[in-house]
Structure formats: structure tokens, C-alpha cells
Design a protein around this ligand. Structure first.
Ligand SMILES: Nc1ncnc2c1ncn2[C@@H]1O[C@H](COP(=O)(O)OP(=O)(O)OP(=O)(O)O)[C@@H](O)[C@H]1O
Ligand SMILES: O=C([O-])CC(=O)C(=O)O
Ligand SMILES: [Mn+2]
Length: 530
């Protein structure tokens, strides 16, 4: 089957009368209610449930190995290869499945807020609510005519189509497959909407470096002086929460590019975690949950339709998807200058990393390549105790290229623009998970504020005895004893034991980079890891 045939088949399908093109938010909300895909909540949002898949499904993700990817992609457990032949066969089946539906929904828009580097995208959905999600998360076009249609990447999503692994070559009934030759992302078997945005992020992680742009799994905001800050971090570490800040304008909450002129958001919306959301602690996000917002797997009262953000009975990973305009202080288009500060976020469940520290150039590269955080009990099946994970560049699941390709670009840019880099632990303090407690959000906000206002550039510091990180001795609004982990723990010996355990994990993990970056592993890692 040739490329031409497949794209003609898709084009033919999209000409059919049953296809709803570019519906407005109101029209999509009407469709969702009419089709009983979701319900209206007390604040006017749409609530939906996704069934079995309430998070991304990394083992079901593939990239087609073809002339564009076979020699460039870092193949392995994260980037699993899929053959072109099998892709075409499955693509054909999915298109046939879509042909059988009474209605389909298509959104055309962009990824990339900087119009010099925009990728036109087309999202073809079986569900109206998935199309509302796409409308809110991607960049909505201002005019009806889109540029570069031939360049456009299509997401073809068929959640009710289930693959048969033995026949289709997938890992399960679910699949997320990217073909760079076909410029198609094929999704089936899962209703979790995050797959759509994260697969386009993977696409951008492959394409942007070709234009010398660094793609980043980070949030970004900008202060009154035009000072830009980036917050890197794995899921749940605080990118969305900390980038929503009444004193700074939001650029974006999850995916950005850094070009020769500055940073830009890849998306047109945000995807915020809702578990234990409160108006007091996170007012911007709380208020964004209104008409047009999609609430995924949040439990609502069947009568009053009021959301209960404390209810985790469907999943810990409850989400709200809203357009960036739903946050009141944003910058539009979401483009800004070069960063002056970078924050690496980690949720350390050992409770031993300092809540804020300043990094040397080598430490910055070390921690970027390491990408440490903890997966917490309960958030993933099979995890009963906190588990240290290392996800390189704070985004391994989304990186098709070797991690050092991204790390080298970051290192160069940090040097060029003299960026200050901080490591912020939003995880546990005073003891490990189950014993200590999560760092108070007000403290983390105070520490981040001090860093972004340049107050930590020349302060007295204390060196962390194990990780070698420079810890500010004082931060306005934060008790001194919170700043140094050893002081926050009741039992100093236990602290030391846990800290050594974590240091060893860092050292062991970094063995994969020891040859590519010996000076970084020697000067950037723990100073004691025995
Ligand atoms: N000290 C803290 N700092 C940041 N977040 C905290 C803190 N304490 C608790 N939290 C909670 O942790 C969660 C952080 O999630 P957030 O949505 O910001 O993660 P994220 O990095 O954007 O993840 P994802 O990439 O999955 O979207 C929020 O629910 C927030 O309320
Ligand atoms: O991708 C998702 O489903 C949520 C997210 O932002 C992440 O995991 O980093
Ligand atoms: Mn987020």
C-alpha cells in the first residue's frame, strides 16, 4: 500500500457527510451531551470517564521504523519499532472502522506557538469529547485556511477499535503508533485523551531538533521584567501547579520549544492534575474548570453535579483540559525570550533531596540526564512502595532521539544565555513517604519565587553532604530547618542511610552515560555514594 493510497483513503473518509469539521466548543458540548459521552458539571465543564485506561500506556507505543527513523531513533523499550507493512495494514483497518461510525469529528490546528516553526495538525476523532480535548489542547487557528496542508500531521483516533496482537503486531488491544513517513499518529483501544497530546509532543521531539530547536518537557512563565522561567519535571512534580502563578504570566504548562530567539509553547491549552485540587491552594486552575473544560475521570455528584476533587475512586490521575486563555494571566501568542532561570522539579519520596538547591553547570547536566523522581505507591499498578525512577531529560517516554542529543543542546543554551539552574524537591520532607510529609506548597512557592526574583544568586549556602548541592541558608517565608534535609529529619542516622541509598541509585543509573559524559559524572553527581 503506497503513501498516496493511504492519504487518499483518509481524504475520502474526511469528505464524507458524516464528518463534523471544526465544530465550536458550544457545538461540541451539544454533541457530547446528545451522544451521552459525558455530563455537564455544576461549573459548566464536561465530565467524562475513560474506562480501563486512565493514564498513558507506554508499553503500547511504537514508532514505525522507516527511511526517516531507522538510523536516527534511539530504539529500545521506550521507542519500540513497528514495521511499515504492519502499520499500513492496521491503518487500513482503523479507517474502515471509522467509516462504519455514524459521525466523526475533525479538528485542524497547530502545534507550536511560534509561527516560524508551527506544525499543522489534523485530529480525526470517533468521540466528540476527544475532539473537544484536541480543540482545547492544541493551537486553534485564527483563520479558517490553514498553512502547509501537505506538511500536516494527522492523529487518527479510534478508541473503540481493539487490535489483535497476534494479527496486528501490537502489544495489546491498545496502540499508539507514530509514522513519520505517513505523517500519521494512529491511536486505538484507549480513551485516555492525554495520548493525543503526548504523541504530538513525541513528534515534535523528533522534528524540532532538525531546525536546531530544543523540545522540552517543561512548563514556562514570564515575570514583569520579561524574565522567563522554565520548570522541567516528570509527571506529578509540579510543572502545571507552579507555573500557574498570580505574579507571572503563563507561557505554557507542559511542552515547549527553545529556538534561537527564545521559548514558545507547543500547545494551546493545559492538562492539569485535579486530585485534591482546592480553590485556596491553586486558584487559577480551580477557576479554569468552567464551560469548555474537559474533566477526565473526576468523580461528580450524580445529582448536584459538583466535582469531588478528593475522590480517587476512578484514578489518582484525574485531569482537567482547558484552553490556555482559561488562565487569567497568560501571554498570547505563547512566545517569549530566552530563560533566565531553569528549575528542575523532582518529587523525592525518600525525602532526602533538599527542597531547593543551586546547581553548577556540571550538576545541571548531571540532573538533566538523570531525570530523577519517585513513583508513588498506588499511582501505578504493582507499585506498593516509593520507587526511584530516572527518566532522562525529565521526559524519556517522549524522546525519539538519544538523550545526549537533547542534553548537549540544553548545555549549550544554558552557557550561551547564562541561565541559573535550581533543583527543587516538591516531594517528601522529614522522612520518606509514609513517615514524613509532602513539602508544603506555600513553601515551594516561596522558594521558587525567591529563585526567580534572583534572590538566591548570591546568598550564603550550605553544601549538601551527600549530593554536593548548594543549599541556600535562608529563604524568605521558609523556616531554615526545612531547607536542610538532615535538620528536617528527627533521626539523622536514618536520614543518612536513606540519602546514601538514593545516591547509589543515581550513580548506578548514570553508568549508562558514564562514557559519553565522564566530566559530568565526576563533577555533577553525588559526592558520597558508598
Ligand atoms: N510542594 C508542592 N509543589 C508542587 N506541587 C505539589 C506540592 N505539594 C503537593 N503538590 C501537588 O502535586 C501535584 C503536582 O502536579 P502537576 O499537575 O503540577 O504536575 P505536572 O508536573 O504538571 O505533571 P504532568 O506532566 O503529569 O502534567 C498537584 O496535584 C499539586 O497540588
Ligand atoms: O502525558 C500525560 O498523560 C500526562 C503528562 O503530562 C505526563 O505524564 O507527563
Ligand atoms: Mn501538568
Amino acid at each position: 500500500m503506497s503513501t498516496v493510497n493511504m492519504s487518499i483513503e483518509l481524504a475520502n473518509l474526511l469528505e464524507s457527510e458524516k464528518v463534523n469539521h471544526q465544530l465550536s466548543v458550544s457545538q461540541l458540548v451539544e454533541k457530547i451531551l446528545e451522544r451521552q459521552e459525558g455530563v455537564l458539571t455544576s461549573t459548566g465543564a464536561i465530565q467524562v470517564e475513560t474506562g480501563k485506561y486512565t493514564g498513558r500506556s507506554p508499553h503500547d507505543k511504537f514508532i514505525v521504523s522507516d527511511s526517516l527513523t531507522s538510523h536516527t531513533v534511539e530504539w529500545g523499550d521506550v521507542n519500540q519499532p513497528f514495521s511499515s507493512e504492519r502499520f499500513d495494514a492496521l491503518y487500513k483497518k482503523v479507517l474502515e472502522h471509522l467509516k462504519e461510525q455514524n459521525e466523526l469529528f475533525v479538528f485542524n490546528g497547530y502545534a507550536g506557538a511560534d509561527d516560524k516553526y508551527q506544525l499543522p495538525i489534523q485530529v480525526v476523532n470517533e468521540y466528540a469529547w476527544h475532539n473537544l480535548f484536541a480543540h482545547q489542547l492544541f493551537i486553534r487557528p485564527e483563520d479558517t485556511k490553514l498553512k502547509n496542508d501537505a506538511e500536516s500531521f494527522s492523529i487518527v483516533s479510534a478508541p473503540t477499535f481493539k487490535a489483535v496482537p497476534d494479527i496486528d503486531g501490537t502489544n495489546s488491544e491498545t496502540f499508539i503508533i507514530i509514522s513519520f513517513e505517513r505523517r500519521v499518529v494512529l491511536i486505538g483501544g484507549t480513551e485516555y485523551a492525554g495520548e493525543m497530546k503526548k504523541s504530538i509532543f513525541s513528534v515534535m521531539n523528533f522534528l524540532l531538533p532538525q531546525n536546531n530547536i530544543l523540545p522540552m518537557h517543561c512548563s514556562a512563565n514570564v515575570g514583569k521584567e520579561g524574565d522567563v522561567a522554565l520548570f522541567f519535571g516528570l509527571s506529578g512534580t509540579g510543572k502545571t501547579t507552579l507555573s500557574a502563578d498570580a505574579t507571572r504570566r503563563l507561557i505554557g504548562d507542559d511542552e515547549h520549544g527553545w529556538s534561537s530567539t527564545g521559548v514558545f509553547n507547543i500547545e494551546g491549552g493545559c492538562y492539569a492534575k485535579c486530585i485534591q485540587l482546592s480553590k485556596e491552594k491553586e486558584p487559577q486552575i480551580f477557576n479554569a474548570i468552567r464551560f469548555g473544560t474537559v474533566l477526565e475521570n473526576v468523580v461528580i455528584n450524580s445529582n448536584t453535579r459538583i466535582a469531588d476533587y478528593n475522590d480517587n475512586s476512578l484514578t489518582e490521575n484525574t485531569r482537567a483540559a482547558y484552553p490556555i486563555q482559561a488562565i487569567d494571566n497568560t501571554i498570547l501568542p505563547s512566545v517569549a525570550g530566552h530563560p533566565t532561570a531553569i528549575v528542575f522539579l523532582t518529587a523525592d519520596a525518600f525525602g532526602v533531596l533538599p527542597p531547593i538547591s543551586k546547581l553548577t553547570k556540571e550538576q545541571a547536566m548531571y540532573h538533566f540526564l538523570s531525570g530523577y523522581t519517585s513513583k508513588l505507591a498506588g499511582t501505578e499498578r504493582g507499585i506498593t512502595a516509593p520507587q526511584a525512577t530516572f527518566s532522562t531529560c525529565f521526559g524519556e517516554p517522549f524522546l525519539p532521539l538519544p538523550p545526549t542529543a537533547y542534553a548537549k543542546m540544553l548545555g549549550k543554551k544554558i552557557d550561551e544565555h547564562n541561565v541559573n539552574v535550581y533543583l527543587v524537591n516538591t516531594g517528601w520532607t522529614g522522612g520518606e513517604y509514609g513517615v514524613g510529609e509532602r513539602m508544603k506548597l506555600v513553601y515551594t512557592r516561596a522558594m521558587v519565587q525567591a529563585a526567580l526574583e534572583g534572590e538566591l544568586i548570591s546568598v550564603d549556602t550550605v553544601q549538601d553532604p551527600i549530593f554536593g548541592l548548594e543549599i541556600p541558608a535562608h529563604v524568605p517565608g521558609v523556616p531554615d530547618e526545612v531547607l536542610q534535609p538532615v535538620k528536617a529529619w528527627k533521626n539523622a542516622n536514618l536520614y543518612e542511610e536513606k540519602a546514601h541509598q538514593l545516591a547509589q541509585k543515581f550513580t548506578k543509573n548514570f553508568e549508562r552515560f558514564a562514557n559519553v559524559a565522564p566530566e559530568i559524572s565526576q563533577m555533577g553527581g553525588p559526592i558520597i555514594s558508598k
